[in-house]
Design a protein around this ligand. Structure first.
Ligand code: FEO
Length: 618
């Protein structure tokens, strides 16, 4: 019986899960299974994106036939030729003899290599300049060589803003009823498997992944449909920001991964003592016995942490076998930008330390600490000071790096982050205005900044809950009016505490000033106006960051610009608390009061849209 899931009115997931597969690609254990995703787009012309592994072909065919509901299949887009996604293509081609295979030249060659099809009469070969119109939808093709094989391409549906991303943004793990990442606690329950998938499958090809990220950057992406794992339709940046770190070989977290290979427990003992000392000094640690933990897990962890310790006994005058395999695997996966320490053991001729250091020295920007522990059979009391010294050096650089790059996108790094620090940043205050159709709108922001001088380019960041944000997303243009210190609280109420969906922010205004782009600006209590056209959009979770080229700019007065601090100190009235109210929290931004003993962690101020950090107990 078919088992499909609807994604949009036109798009259906027709993939299949496999929980019986022991080793993915014959090398990576998949204890939680794996999903082979395939998608069917129903339009005037019907399109299937990739197929599945041979192990699940029967169910897949049922899914496709059901989802087509008696219609014909016009196109099969092959984005990646690895057989876990292409093995069912012959069955599909036979079932729908009229269909055309859409792919690039390299993919066509590989279809010949794998399946013996060399007659290209049923093929439509595409490049990046080609599009495929299916009716409502237009599909664009973006070549993504080495993400994960050389023939890979991804597809962008410009009608629904969906990126069919091939292996990118995928994950190990079967789908357990939920298809969308936002239906589960992805960060808590699935990120480790997403990292293990990325680092082991594509980790070697960071520059190629960066190239794909750059190509995708100008695209507005509302949904990502990968070939494995969840579909992303919300908080897309949660996975995109991880890919940015992983592909740049930047650690997600400051802390120490310790991997040890021990025959009789003495090397393990040295590693354990080091881990305890590191924790005592406030450094996070994660430990692995390389003889019992799959290399894929340790490779994944090495991509996560900033500092790596390798502790290995000497074996056959070399590195212990399981450690040698791990270090070679890390070198093969191109590990970079890490601080490394080594502990070696050897009862008569310890050599593993130098050998590990030499192997890792082949990688880019690996700093190997001179501080090295050399154990003769077992650690001695007098060597504890060496362990202490190593722990001091590691913990010291962990702290220093954490200060340099706090919380690189990972929520687990939140212990290092005092969000009050962000509130020390200096901000101005601005009215951001937009126009769509016949509607004018605006809101207050404190996040306008110049990005570059030549060309003159600015950025604004806007809460997605603001109607103005949606209007800019669609229209691609906005004005910024820079507020001055004489701005009364009323102007903040007018633009900041009402919703443009159900009110006219300009109602009663004595002015109707517009810039060349036709968008209104605020000529009162402002000292300058900047018009801009959006060139890039970044989904930042709760907010959208717009980067835009300035198209018009002029100065209205020399009065001082209002800063956020000035507003807080001089413009915003102090909250007047009702006499009878005993308990509650006040929004420091607008004065809204939330009554009750507890403040919900996810509270959003209904007036000014600020979160829990901006509330204080009354
Ligand atoms: Fe799941 Fe590279 O294929």
């Amino acid at each position: 019986m078919y088992c499909t899931k609807k994604i949009t009115d036109d798009l259906t997931w027709v993939g299949v899960n496999d929980r019986r597969l022991a080793m993915f690609e014959g090398v990576y254990s998949v204890p939680d299974g794996v999903s082979y995703n395939s998608y069917l787009l129903r339009d005037e012309k019907n399109v299937l994106f990739d197929t599945v592994d041979k192990a699940v072909t029967r169910r897949f065919i049922e899914n496709v036939v059901h989802a087509l509901d008696g219609e014909n299949l016009d196109y099969l887009i092959v984005q990646h030729m690895e057989p876990d996604h292409s093995a069912a293509m012959l069955e599909i081609m036979n079932l729908y003899p009229g269909l055309k295979v859409v792919c690039n030249r390299k993919i066509a060659d590989m279809i010949g290599q794998f399946y013996g099809i060399t007659d290209l009469s049923r093929f439509l070969l595409v490049t990046e300049v080609d599009t495929l119109d299916t009716g409502k939808h237009t599909l664009h093709f973006v070549m993504a060589p080495m993400v994960h094989w050389p023939e890979v391409m991804v597809t962008y549906d410009s009608a629904d803003k969906i990126l069919f991303s091939a292996d990118a943004y995928g994950s190990f793990g079967a789908l357990n009823g939920a298809l969308f990442a936002d239906e589960v606690d992805f960060g808590r329950d699935y990120m480790d498997e997403a990292r293990r998938y990325y680092t082991n499958i594509v980790g070697k090809y960071g520059p190629q992944v960066q190239s794909l990220l750059n190509k995708a950057e100008p695209l507005e992406i509302k949904m990502i449909c990968p070939l494995h794992g969840f579909v992303w339709r919300k908080n897309i940046n949660e996975i995109v920001s991880k890919y940015e770190l992983w592909s740049a070989y930047q650690p997600e977290e400051s802390g120490v991964m310790i991997a040890y290979a021990s025959v009789y427990g003495n090397t393990e003992n040295a590693a354990e003592i080091l881990a305890c000392r590191l924790r005592d000094k406030g450094a996070k640690t994660e430990m692995f016995d390389v003889s019992v933990t799959a290399a894929s897990e340790i490779v994944s962890s090495a991509f996560r942490w900033s500092h790596l310790v390798f502790a290995s006994t000497t074996y056959n005058a070399g590195i212990f076998v399981s450690m040698e395999a791990l270090v070679s695997d890390l070198v093969a996966h191109n590990i970079q930008n890490r601080t490394v320490a080594v502990i070696e053991n050897g009862s008569w001729a310890p050599t593993s330390g130098n050998l590990i250091a030499a192997k890792l020295g082949e990688c880019k920007n690996i700093k190997i600490l001179d501080n090295r522990i050399s154990v003769r059979s077992s650690l001695k009391e007098e060597q504890l000071k060496e362990i202490d010294a190593l722990a001091d050096e590691l913990a010291g650089t962990v702290r220093a790096e954490a200060k340099e790059s706090p919380a690189p996108g990972g929520k687990a790094a939140s212990a290092l982050v005092d969000s009050a620090a962000a509130r020390k940043l200096s901000y101005g205050l601005f009215i951001l205005t937009a126009k769509e159709g016949g509607k004018d709108n605006g809101c207050v922001i404190n996040t306008a900044a110049q990005v570059t001088d030549s060309p003159l380019r600015i950025s604004v960041t806007v809460n997605k809950l603001n109607c103005t944000c949606d209007m800019i997303s669609r229209s691609g243009e906005f004005n910024v009016s820079v507020l001055t210190e004489s701005a009364p609280f009323d102007i903040f109420k007018q633009f900041g505490f009402t919703c443009g969906k159900d009110s006219d922010k300009f109602a009663g205004a004595a002015y109707n000033a517009r810039t060349e782009n036709g968008i209104r600006f605020v000529p009162e209590y402002t000292n300058s106006v900047i018009s801009a056209k959006v060139t890039q959009t970044l989904d930042c979770g709760t907010h959208i960051l717009f980067i835009a080229d300035v198209t018009q700019a002029f100065v209205l007065s020399e009065e001082r610009s209002a800063t956020y601090q000035y507003y807080y100190d001089h413009i915003k009235p102090k909250p007047q608390l009702p006499k009878e109210m005993k308990k509650g929290f006040v929004c420091k931004i607008c004065g809204y009061i939330h009554e009750g003993d507890d403040l919900p962690a996810d509270i959003i101020c209904p007036l000014c849209k600020h979160g829990a950090d901006d509330f204080e107990r009354i």
